[in-house]
Design a binder for this molecule. Sequence first.
Ligand code: AMP
Ligand code: TRP
Length: 339
Amino acid sequence: MTAKKRVLSGIQPSGSLTIGNYLGALKQWVARQDRYDCFFCVVDMHAITVPQNADDLRHKTREVAAIYLAAGLNPDKAAIFVQSHVAAHAELAWILTCMTPIGWLQRMTQFKDKSAKQQQDSIGTGLLNYPSLMAADILLYQAHEVPVGDDQRQHLELTRDLAQRFNHLYGETFVLPEAMIPEAGARIMGLDNPTAKMSKSDESEYHAVYLLDTPDVIRKKVMKSVTDSGRDIRFSDEPEKAGVNNLLTIYQAFSGQSREAVEAHFASARGYGDLKKGVAELIIEHLRPLQETHHRLMHEPGYLDRILADGAARAHAVADATLARVKTSIGFLPPLASS
Ligand code: AMP
Ligand code: TRP
């Protein structure tokens, strides 16, 4: 029997998860759990790269873990854990930070975007170092595949560059991971502004559909989404069709149908109103079971915490072994076991 390939990914417990997180990441995770040896973490250490309120962070960490389960991850198959529960992430991140040229970090689009949104004198160094921590998350588990949305492509390239650099300096240590980016849903755009990526931290009320939005709120947001003055319902790269293209993409990604099938489905629609209704109802139908399970899990914190403890134990076993090899390779003196 050949060993299963490894998969690792994570989402930050900041803001509320959107259908972009679901279609770009979570849905691909669930699809992989039977065939791969999977590790999925709630990356709280990444969340604190921008200021967080302590109570909110604790609540969001449980909420995101419950969403992982509600979306269909099975804790008997995948290890589900909280990043800060496995100290090896912080330790390897420091070692990799020391090997990461500042220029690589300054070039990252996510750093440029996020730092532009903050007061210059309050930007923490962690925001710049963020990709070295993400590289540690991935490399500790020797992950072959990392299912993420399109915006993480650049971070995965940096992870590969770091792994190669380490392997070159100290001998084969890390597997070179590959980004797994879905064909449909890799980049869901904002409903109010289809030229910007749908983000969980946008302040505008009509920007994102959150996974925990009620059916009425979902309907209202989708019905208000920006389209164009035409009535042509087709996939298109033309900038003025970005809104319609985004709605069709959401429909395609949730339904799992081909583009042709989706266009055929809306061929007899009388206008964008019908398109929006169809998209809203499909989202509601797909989120209903997720929301029900999530609600139940949030009332069973003991159960959730046990799953996270079990996930962390499984993560420790793999991560600590990699970290020990790395420390020996770079010349850290091993501590004598105390008697
Ligand atoms: P984040 O919200 O930055 O923690 O992202 C968690 C995961 O969701 C990553 O794999 C992202 O690439 C993915 N993701 C976030 N926003 C979107 C979006 N609008 N469309 C597709 N994937 C997304
Ligand atoms: N940087 C990712 C994001 O913002 C989250 C993340 C942290 C991640 N560590 C990871 C994703 C490891 C995949 C693998 O979306």
